[in-house]
Design a protein around this ligand. Structure first.
Ligand code: DQQ
Length: 534
């Protein structure tokens, strides 16, 4: 079906057709990255949830494999829901996942590969004794899901954490186990935050305070911190916080209680949910995968026969410069898609102007841009319109300035990705990074939003962004990955060869200079694994 075919992405992971949601059980095994995912094999809306499966050697060029697990047992009859993998020191692979039972009770189940020597891990065995965990007393039967990757303590016991809620308090419970069959519930929670509601897809992992390597989930010594992430069911936002894990009493304490889980930082200030990290032992890095859903209508999704996608996998590191946030960055393998590049140096963009960037068709791009602002001398005179304001049309002294992506020649459709700097009377400079979808599509009934928030810019830094453009998704990274925004856009004019790229400066008080390197990106040609050839 060619309906809206220009909205299909070229290098983001999507199934061939139908509905996808959360990434599940990512792992690296015998030369292959494995991605499992929440998948409806029958329709472009959520339901009949099974585990789809794909492999890749670089997390970009994925190959679809047959379904890994389907809802065929009483303990997962209403869905094989989200789960995580744990690689044991002896080479075994443990897969823990949530089953929605025949009575729609959320339980945890154990599965493992039938044949570890198969690099493709095609066959999965569900443990006969499932479920291995049922909702503990005091926990609602539909508030108990998404087990994490396990980590091992000095006592030789493995731990997992599972999100839930108690009234309106979001919580994460800890279980210990020796064999992944018998578990003990720890008395007291790993963490809780009042008012944040049900915690889905909890993730918990160490990050090094210095250095550029990721850490195995069990690392708990040296100069490290622990990240706790929850996907908030009430708001559909992924919130993380950085803190310290005390294994002696199985608690985690945020560095700054005012930016605790669910009330502070987000992985992505756009459309993004149900993410999960894993430690990639192949390249010593921690990789973050996330789900981005559609913002068009369900009717359109049914017509086009597909819905949702995953972001480009991102490496995750602690930001040792700010000490307060993570850094996310597209995996280096995406750079293998780079075709020809065009460079622009110190392009002057005067206040109130738009400058076209002559790069040809602009539907698949990897953009690096640096802005220098002429001066920040005057005080900001912005009245009331702070942050991202009402979008890129909302002018103030020092912004917004940025780029217009997925724009047509006549600017009838465009998506500004931009910075806005404010300078208060007391001399505090604040920078916001934003993406404005409000003019991104002429199609009716598309949900269009202005996304964004504050991004730390340190002394001497320019305003820098990396933007990945792929037909109907724009992933924008500011200041080396301190802040990320993923947007879905549904152009009707700015499609195929009609899509263009522009610089803009809508500040009233300053000129800016932009330096860019722009690569056209190849498609990843994601397709079925040629199983008949092996
Ligand atoms: N998606 C799964 C659940 C999880 C939710 C069901 C988050 O396990 O809590 O498809 O998107």
């Amino acid at each position: 079906n060619a309906m809206f075919s220009w909205q299909r992405t070229a290098f983001h992971f999507q199934p061939e057709k139908n509905w996808i949601n959360d990434p599940n059980g990512p792992l690296f095994h015998k030369g292959w990255y494995h991605l499992f995912y929440q998948y409806n094999p029958d329709s472009a809306v959520w339901g009949n949830i099974t585990w789809g499966h794909a492999v890749s050697t670089d997390m970009i060029h994925w190959l679809y494999l047959p379904l890994a697990m389907v809802p065929d047992r009483w303990f997962d009859a209403n869905g094989v829901w989200t789960g995580s993998a744990t690689l044991l020191p002896d080479g075994q692979i443990i897969m823990l996942y949530t089953g929605s039972t025949n009575e729609s009770v959320q339980v945890q189940n154990l599965a493992y590969p039938a044949n570890l020597s198969d690099p493709l891990l095609l066959d999965w065995v569900k443990y006969e004794g499932n479920p291995i965990l049922t909702p503990p007393s005091g926990i609602g039967s539909t508030d108990f899901r998404d087990p994490t990757t396990a980590w091992i303590g000095p006592d030789g016991k493995w731990r997992i954490t599972i999100g839930s809620k108690f009234n309106t308090t979001g919580i994460s419970m800890v279980y210990t186990t020796n064999d992944f069959i018998n578990y003990e519930l720890h008395n007291g929670v790993l963490h809780e935050v009042p008012g944040t509601g049900m915690w889905e897809c909890v993730d918990f992992y160490p990050v090094a305070i210095n250095g550029s390597k990721g850490l195995d989930t069990s690392v708990n010594s040296g100069r490290i911190k622990h990240v706790l992430k929850a996907s908030l069911d009430d708001t559909k936002l992924d919130h993380y916080a950085i803190g310290t894990y005390f294994i002696e009493n199985e608690t985690w304490v945020p560095d700054d209680p005012t930016i605790d889980v669910g009330i502070g930082l987000r992985y992505d200030y756009g459309r993004y949910y149900a993410s999960k990290t894993f430690y990639d032992q192949n390249k010593d890095r921690r990789i973050l995968l996330g789900w981005v859903n559609e913002t068009d209508t369900e009717t359109d999704d049914l017509k086009k026969h597909w819905a949702s996608l995953h972001t480009i996998p991102r490496t995750v590191l602690f930001d040792s410069k700010t000490g307060t946030n993570l850094l996310q960055w597209p995996v280096e393998e995406i750079e293998d898609l780079r075709l020809n590049s065009t460079e622009f140096t110190d392009v002057l963009v005067e206040a109130g102007t738009i400058v076209p960037l002559d790069i040809g068709t602009a539907t698949q791009l990897d953009i690096s841009v640096d802005f220098k602002i002429e001066s920040l001398d005057t005080e900001e005179s912005v009245n009331g319109s702070s942050g991202c304001g009402d979008g890129a049309v909302d002018r103030s002294t020092f912004g917004p300035f940025g780029i217009l992506v997925i724009a047509d020649e006549s600017l009838s459709e465009l998506t500004p990705v931009y910075f806005r700097v404010t300078n208060s009377t007391d001399g505090d400079v604040t920078t916001y990074f934003c993406a404005d979808e409000s003019r991104s599509s002429k199609a009716p009934e598309v949900f269009k939003q202005v996304y964004g928030g504050k991004v730390p810019v340190l002394d001497g830094e320019t305003y820098s962004a990396r933007v990945l453009v792929d037909h109907s998704i724009v992933e924008s990274y500011a200041q080396g990955g301190r802040m990320v925004i993923s947007s879905r856009v549904y152009p009707t004019e700015a499609i195929y060869g009609a899509a263009r790229l522009f610089l803009f400066n809508n500040a009233t008080g300053v000129n800016v200079k932009a330096t860019l390197k722009i690569w056209r990106l190849n498609s990843a040609f994601i397709h079925p694994f040629p199983l008949d050839q092996i």
